[in-house]
Design a protein around this ligand. Structure first.
Ligand code: ADP
Ligand code: MG
Length: 343
């Protein structure tokens, strides 16, 4: 009889992670939160230690024909710092694992580290180690970040409460549209190498794709205003996917309003140009690295005039009802398309 073979696509990325999570139990009392949040939470003296890993692979997460190596190094750090920010923590150290073939020169590797250094300076993080290996195909960069958060100030995915207000920072969907622009210009270039890419009009979108920032500024401002979100997650896979993570982890329902979801004017126009509904980009585009968090209604006054925090909906008590009220006043279910690398 043939051995049973299950395709990973049957589970998907999140199903696989769930499976791993349920097949391991935590043995140490210091392991407070393991798999399932933006970073692990570990008891460590007066504070909590945060640990997170993020990996970027050539041809899966980036294309070197338009991703400068320096930006790649920067972005790989940002993806990790963003997960520390999502726990309301401050990053302290990173380790960098790099694998590459002889297609890469010393100068190329230097460029990756120039970007890493630049991010280390901006986010005040120290590079303290890593690993180096040959790679049979393509460039792989995997970073682990360590951070810290004061006890009681940590923001998990699992603690959103009924009636909380749902907040997002910045604007959404631009990084995805930046990628669409870069892909289109690449195709134009492949067909006609004489053509120069026309990116000026799309500078903001392309910048959001190639050189994102982690919202540590928001973490500091929340602390200044003495607001501790009831729950928080960073938006790396798309707003809808992250909202559903909050719903599932917290056992609550989500209602958002389409007209409250922040979309940059240029992103809106570019979505139309690509014949994509702008809200689809905001809900399902990835890599915005903005923060999605919930606050108690009593904290609304403290944040209501913040120019970069948007109030997009609220939390209710039915975890089966995760919905958006559209501009046409119809209720649609939130669906996670996100980035499923196995589909
Ligand atoms: P994020 O988008 O915040 O980086 P992910 O969706 O990558 O989070 O991961 C969700 C959770 O699953 C995290 O807690 C992460 O540490 C954990 N995780 C992801 N992949 C694995 C794996 N292969 N083994 C164990 N834990 C994993
Ligand atoms: Mg995250």
């Amino acid at each position: 009889m043939a051995e049973k073979r299950t395709e990973i696509t049957d589970l998907g990325e999140f199903g696989l992670i769930e499976r791993v999570k349920s097949s391991f139990s935590l043995q140490n009392s210091t392991s407070l939160v393991g798999i399932g949040d933006d970073a692990a939470l570990i008891a460590c003296g007066e504070e909590y230690l945060l640990v997170t890993t993020d990996m970027l692979l050539e041809s899966v997460h980036f294309d070197l024909s338009y991703m400068p190596l320096q930006h790649l190094g920067y972005k790989a750090v940002v993806a990790n710092v963003s997960d520390i920010a999502a726990m309301n923590g401050k990053p302290g150290q990173i380790t960098v694992a790099l694998a590459f073939s002889n297609r890469f020169s010393l100068e190329a590797i230097d460029s990756v580290y120039d970007g890493i250094r630049s991010a280390c300076e901006n986010y005040k993080v120290d590079l303290v180690g890593g690993d180096t290996s040959a790679s049979a195909s393509g460039l792989v960069i995997s970073i682990t970040a360590l951070g810290r958060v004061s006890k009681g100030k940590e923001t998990l995915r699992s603690t959103a409460k009924m009636n909380d207000i749902i907040c997002v920072t910045g604007d959404l969907g631009a990084a995805y549209l930046g990628l669409q622009v870069l892909e289109r210009e690449k195709q134009v270039f492949l067909t006609n190498p004489e053509m120069q890419p026309d990116l000026e009009k799309y500078e903001y979108l392309v910048g959001r794709q190639l050189r994102p920032e982690a919202r540590m500024d928001i973490v500091h401002e929340l602390a200044d205003k003495e607001v501790v979100p009831t729950a928080m997650i960073d938006i790396s896979d798309g707003l809808a996917s992250e909202l559903l993570h909050l719903s599932k982890s917290s056992g609550v329902g989500i209602k958002i309003f389409e007209d409250k979801v922040p979309i940059d004017a240029g992103a809106f126009e570019t979505a139309i140009e690509f014949k994509i509904d702008p809200i689809t980009c905001a809900l399902n585009g990835g890599e915005d690295y903005e923060l999605l968090f919930t606050i108690a209604p009593s904290d609304y006054e403290k944040l209501k005039n913040h120019p970069d925090i948007h109030f997009i909906g609220h939390v209710h008590n039915n975890p089966q009802q995760n919905v958006m009220l559209t501009k046409q006043e119809t209720i649609v279910p939130l669906k996670a398309q996100g980035w499923n690398h196995f589909s």
